[in-house]
Structure formats: C-alpha cells, structure tokens
Design a binder for this molecule. Structure first.
Ligand SMILES: C[S@@+](CC[C@H](N)C(=O)[O-])C[C@H]1O[C@@H](n2cnc3c(N)ncnc32)[C@H](O)[C@@H]1O
Length: 307
C-alpha cells in the first residue's frame, strides 16, 4: 500500500511539521479527501489542527485514530481557548498515552495509535456515531455537528425566509449550509434551478440529502475564488458568513457581495441577510444599481440589491 501521511486543516508551520505531500482531510478545504471515507489502518501519520467545537473535534480525532496504521503517530494541536486545553483528556479517553507540550498559546498533543484498538474501538465508534451526519427529527433535516447552525434554525435565516420576494429563473444560494434557506427558495415553483454553494463539504453533503430534486445543483467551492461558471443568474440569496476559522472577518461577506454582483445578469437581484452592525451598504452601493434595505430588526438587516 502507498504510504499516506495526512493533515487536517492548516497547522501553523512553527508548531507542527507537515510534509509537503501530506494529503489534506479538512472538510473546509474544497477538494480535500474525506477522513470519514479513508480506509481503516491506512495512514502512516496524521497532524490535525483540531476544530473548536467539542463534538466535531472528538469526531475528527476518532476518525484519525481509526484511519491510522497501528503504531502510527498522531499530532493534534489547537489554540488553548479553542479546545487546546481539552485535547490531552480527549485523547486519553481513547486510551492513548499522550505527550503534551505548549507553545504560542497552543497545546500540542502527540501520541501513537495503539497496536491494537481492541478496548478503545467502542469509544471510537461511539464518538463517530455522535459526531457523524444524521437525520435530526427535531429540525426534520440531515445535519452534522460542526456545520453552521447544525441543530437549530438560525434567526437570520428565519428572517430571510419570512421576507423572501417572489423569485424566479436561475439562482444561487451563497453559503448554503445544510440547505434550510434553499428549501424555502425551491418551494417556489417559478425557480427553475438553484445552485447551492458552500466551502464545507459536510454542509454540501447534508444539503444533497435535504434537497433531493433535479432543480438543485451543488458546488463545494470557496466563494472568495473566482468562478467563471457563475454568470447570468437571475438571483442570489445569502445569509452571509462573517466568521472565518472562528474569527470575525468582514472581508468574507464583502467577498460574497462582490461575487454576487459578478454572477448576476443585468436586472438580477441579490437578497441578503446580514448582521446589523457590519457595514455592507458601502460595499453594495457601488456594485449595484439600486440597494434597498428591506427590514432591520433583532440584530439583523435584509437588503435587496438590483444589478
Ligand atoms: C451564515 S451561514 C448560512 C447557511 C445557510 N444558508 C442558512 O441560512 O442556514 C454561512 C455559510 O457560508 C459558508 N461559507 C463560509 N465561508 C465560505 C466561503 N469562503 N465560500 C463558500 N461558503 C462559505 C459556511 O460554511 C456557512 O455554511
């Protein structure tokens, strides 16, 4: 079997050595391999910038252990205030012997996958079941811990659904998540095609379950990059993200707005809900012919912008 070394996320290079040819497994990097689908006992080593959500992090650690060969090294690191201080205990709960170091406000936990997983494979299976994709009876949708608003309806999304205008033709949902907003858009029979776009593979896969219709197309891409195939759209809807890797990033939603302006035909419309305290109007005005604030309430604001 070919020797495969894995990496999850982008660990700072001064904190962990990752070979240049390491295979990327983060679901937040389009084009990456899927750790869930990696065969058991197939990886020679794994370095993981552990995600901040507890269930999501334990899931990624469990999947990494499952995929590592017996005796293969695992290095997991995270900022102290984003799960780092919990890493050691979480790995010990899988029966691992952990060597922990601290550097630049991160914890770095190193361990080897035990030669035999017997005894810990139940713990791994339980954590994988807890963090994997599932149909959630309460929200009535496929979802997975770690994706945006995975177990509740986001208030911004709810507000946008309530104020959706009568859309028709070909459109896109920028940052579709598990497809809550897209379902409301596609409930309108005048919408012929909706392209659901997200940077998170897990979200796209849940959305594919949630929108089993030939009128839906799915793209796992980063909207900050240009995508020439996104042209001539009649409309774009979005609940724009304003966090990247857990940090507030106004530039992200602004990049979404610019991409929307590029993707719409003349006269096409962009409907977006945004956090009220963020300055979107200044970005919308020069790119669109008409910008109309639709409603502002409860910390959110909806804009309708026409090309
Ligand atoms: C605020 S959520 C909205 C999700 C969904 N539309 C809803 O209303 O429930 C924003 C979504 O944008 C996605 N996202 C963040 N950065 C992105 C990027 N650079 N390119 C594409 N999608 C991105 C996130 O993964 C997240 O699912």
């Amino acid at each position: 079997m070919v020797d495969v070394v894995g990496v999850y996320g982008q660990p700072p290079s001064d904190l962990a050595d990752v070979p240049r040819d390491a295979v990327q497994f983060s679901p937040l990097i389009p084009g990456s391999a899927s750790l869930d689908r990696q065969p058991a006992a197939s990886l020679n080593a794994m370095t993981l910038l552990a995600p901040p959500g507890t269930i999501e992090r334990r899931y990624a650690l469990a999947q990494a252990l499952r995929a590592l060969k017996p005796g293969a090294p695992l290095v997991a690191l995270a900022p102290n205030d984003r799960g780092g201080t919990r890493l050691r205990k979480e790995l010990e709960a899988f029966g691992l012997d952990v060597n922990e170091t601290a550097k630049r406000h991160h914890r770095i936990a190193a361990a080897a996958r035990p030669a035999k997983l017997a005894g810990i494979d139940d713990a791994i299976a339980a954590v994988i079941a807890d963090g994997g994709p599932r149909f959630d009876d309460e929200i009535g949708l496929w979802t997975q811990p770690g994706v945006f608003s995975w177990d509740r309806l986001d208030p911004g999304t709810a507000m946008l659904i309530e104020h959706l205008p009568d859309l028709s033709g070909r459109g896109a949902d920028f940052g579709c998540g598990i497809g809550v907003l897209a379902r409301a858009v596609l409930a309108n029979g005048s919408v012929g095609e909706l392209t659901l776009i997200d940077i998170d593979r897990r979200a796209i896969e849940c959305a594919q379950h949630n929108l089993d219709t030939p009128r839906a197309r799915f793209l796992w891409i980063d909207l900050r990059d240009p995508h020439p195939e996104l042209v001539n759209l009649d409309f774009v809807v979005m609940n724009a993200p304003f966090h990247d890797a857990g940090q507030e990033d106004k530039g992200l939603a602004q990049a979404f707005v610019r991409r929307a302006a590029e993707s719409l035909r003349k006269g096409g419309v962009c409907i977006m809900v945004a956090n009220r305290h963020l300055p979107y109007e200044a970005v919308l005005r020069p790119l669109f012919k008409a910008v109309k604030p639709v409603i502002e309430t409860g910390g959110y604001k909806i804009y309708e912008a026409r090309k």
